[in-house]
Design a protein around this ligand. Structure first.
Ligand code: GTP
Ligand code: GTP
Ligand code: MG
Ligand code: MG
Lengths: 286, 276
């Protein structure tokens, strides 16, 4: 584990009778390696290491009796700070509109249904809106999921997403609309424009970026692009029931500044949990 | 390379960063940079020599391009496997279309009997490719679909059976043993068939892609990888580790969401795109 490797660095150097800034450098190289292997974006890693080094020197780690332990503690704390902080509830409205966005296959449709079930259990009256008009059987997929959880799904044949959401809002009787959109590349101008149009027209209370936890270095480019076009309000990390370290969480959080609102860890519709920064930090550090 | 007057640690570090940012991973990146460092010294390389040297070394991991090559006049079984959402169903549609165009008589087995509307999604792709789809009802036994599809294929004189399987995380033992069972049925019912078992891997995936390949290889003996979503900005660099550590070649790449968006894997172009 990383903490064992860091301890080993200082133990070896202590046995050589000297703990210097060089030993801190070596410990930081272990941290860098661990974060890169965990898929944290390179730029984010570099900034993080700089912060760790400042803190370590600032806390006179090199004078301490247990420099290894100190460094591990700083890394852990800094990571938890970065992944942040308070549990933010979903925004409300009358009705609240939640827009689900992200790359192809990240888990938007499944997560939309999970979110609907979560809200229903809390006593809300959600409506799922099928605004993916491109993917084969996307509407059917959402309808099947909606039926499983007893949440209505609004869908229209042969209409564009703008019109679908407009008519969904005219339905009334629901305090929250969860709009499932088609997966798209952040470099697809037309499709990003479509999302921008939805945002400008309906001013959603939440725009949630659904991110696959196994995403690698590309997490920064794509989340930055979605954030710049839409102004995200939050992130949902999916497929956390896999064994990926999940460094994308750190990258996306750092680069967008958005809170990670939920973690999805399973294919069943009750597999949605609040985000626990300490658990994710431990996992990323390996 | 531009702006460097000699091959020094600064240049090597810049190159290493390009590799890391392409998901090549720490281990392979270090190996490549070590090679460049040694070669630069031994052969007195200048910065202008570096791109070609690095390109050749990277291509060395990937070997010659190995396309998906079916055997004419034989029964072929092409099974796609992989974790959730990587593009398996879409890739089956693309492959069915390609094989049809190449003069084969394909048949599709809808062996994802679990996920909502998975069968309907595949049926639409089958219609687009003009290839029939064998299906049971949602919630049925996927192994039974595969068994029936092999029988149907043999009865109809189909010469390639494409099997779409449900997405599954490799750390789920029960799901992996379901896949193993499907593989056994194929081996048992079509023992003389040419088998292609393709891991469909999303190019946006980081180092976990290596773990995926390891476990799927162990369970279903992979013959290749289809790297999808390369039309995005992700580089798919994890395939170098997959080649080096597991010897599994990338055979095709997905470049979009339409029927024709599948190409043979070209190692030279792939390496070039890392620095593009
Ligand atoms: N194991 C696991 N699978 C998940 C999770 N979330 C989604 N999935 C699966 O991931 C696959 C893709 O999910 P979808 O909901 O279709 O993804 P999407 O973002 O809507 O896909 P597009 O609409 O094509 O962009 C499906 O097989 C889901 O069952 C999760 O938290 N864990
Ligand atoms: N841009 C792009 N999108 C792709 C590509 N291949 C597949 N997709 C999209 O990725 C999403 C998921 O594709 P699927 O074919 O449903 O993936 P899957 O692996 O079958 O998913 P599960 O069965 O749920 O595990 C869909 O929105 C596809 O259109 C590709 O090469 N490029
Ligand atoms: Mg969807
Ligand atoms: Mg599928």
């Amino acid at each position: 584990s990383l903490s064992e490797k860091i301890q080993a660095v200082f133990k070896k150097l202590r046995n050589q009778g000297k703990i210097t800034e060089e030993s801190l450098q070596e410990a930081l190289r272990e941290v860098r390696r661990a974060l890169l292997e965990a898929d944290v974006n390179l730029g984010v890693v570099k900034e993080f290491i700089t912060r760790i080094k400042e803190k370590a020197l600032g806390q006179d780690v090199l004078e301490s009796l247990t420099p290894g332990q100190q460094v591990v503690k700083i890394v852990h704390e800094e990571l938890i700070n970065l992944l942040g902080g308070t549990r933010e509830p979903l925004a409300t409205g009358s009705p609240a509109v939640i827009l689900m966005v992200g790359l192809q296959g990240s888990g938007k449709t499944t997560t939309s249904a999970k979110l609907a079930l979560h809200l229903k259990k809390q006593g809300h009256s959600p409506l799922l809106v099928a605004a993916d008009i491109y993917r084969p059987a996307a509407i059917k997929q959402l309808q099947v999921l909606g039926k499983q959880i007893g949440v209505p799904v609004f869908a229209l044949e042969d209409e564009k997403p703008l019109e679908i959401v407009r008519q969904a809002l005219e339905q009334g009787g629901h305090d929250t609309l969860i709009v499932d959109t088609a997966g798209r590349l952040h470099i697809d101008e037309a499709l990003m424009g479509e999302l921008h149009g939805l945002k400008e027209t309906f001013k959603p209370q939440e725009i949630l970026l659904v991110v696959d936890a196994m995403t690698g270095q590309d997490a920064v480019k794509m989340s930055e692009a979605f954030n710049q076009t839409l102004g995200l309000s939050g992130v949902i990390l999916t497929k956390m029931d896999g064994d990926t370290r999940g460094g994308a969480a750190m990258s996306v959080r750092k680069v967008t500044g958005c809170p990670i609102k939920f973690v999805a860890a399973g294919e069943k519709l009750d597999a949605l949990e609040p985000f626990h920064p300490d658990r994710i930090a431990t996992r990323i550090l390996g | 390379v531009l702006g460097h007057t000699r091959v020094d640690e600064d240049l090597l570090q810049d190159l290493e960063e390009i590799l890391l940012e392409s998901d090549v991973g720490v281990s392979v990146s270090e190996e490549v940079i070590d090679h460049l460092r040694k070669k630069a010294k031994a052969a007195q390389l200048s910065p202008e020599d570096i791109p070609e040297e690095m390109g050749n070394y990277l291509e060395g991991y990937l070997g010659e391009g190995t396309p998906i090559r079916l055997e004419r006049g034989k029964f072929n079984v092409v099974m796609v496997v992989g974790v959730n959402g990587t593009g398996k169903t879409t890739t089956v549609g693309k492959l069915a279309n390609r094989f049809q165009a190449e003069g084969f008589k394909p048949l599709i087995a809808a062996a994802d009997t679990f996920r909502a509307a998975a069968i309907e999604q595949l049926e639409i792709w089958g219609k687009r490719a003009d290839v029939p789809v064998i299906r049971h009802k949602e919630g049925g036994d996927s192994a039974a679909v595969v068994f029936d599809s092999i029988k149907a294929g043999q009865a109809r004189g189909a010469d390639v059976l494409l099997i779409d399987t449900a997405g599954r995380l490799h750390n789920k033992a029960n799901l992996m043993s379901e896949l193993e069972k499907i593989r056994r049925i194929v081996d048992r019912e079509a023992p003389d068939a040419y088998h292609e078992v393709l891991l469909v891997l999303d190019a946006t995936t980081g180092q976990n892609g290596l773990k995926q390949a390891e476990v799927f290889k162990e369970i279903v003996k992979l013959t290749g990888v289809v790297l999808t979503k390369l039309d995005g900005t992700a580089k798919g660099g994890v395939i170098f580790s997959i080649a080096r550590d597991l010897g599994i070649p990338v055979k095709a790449i997905g470049l979009g969401e339409k029927l024709e968006d599948l190409k043979d894997f070209n190692p030279k172009l792939f390496v070039k795109a890392l620095f593009g």
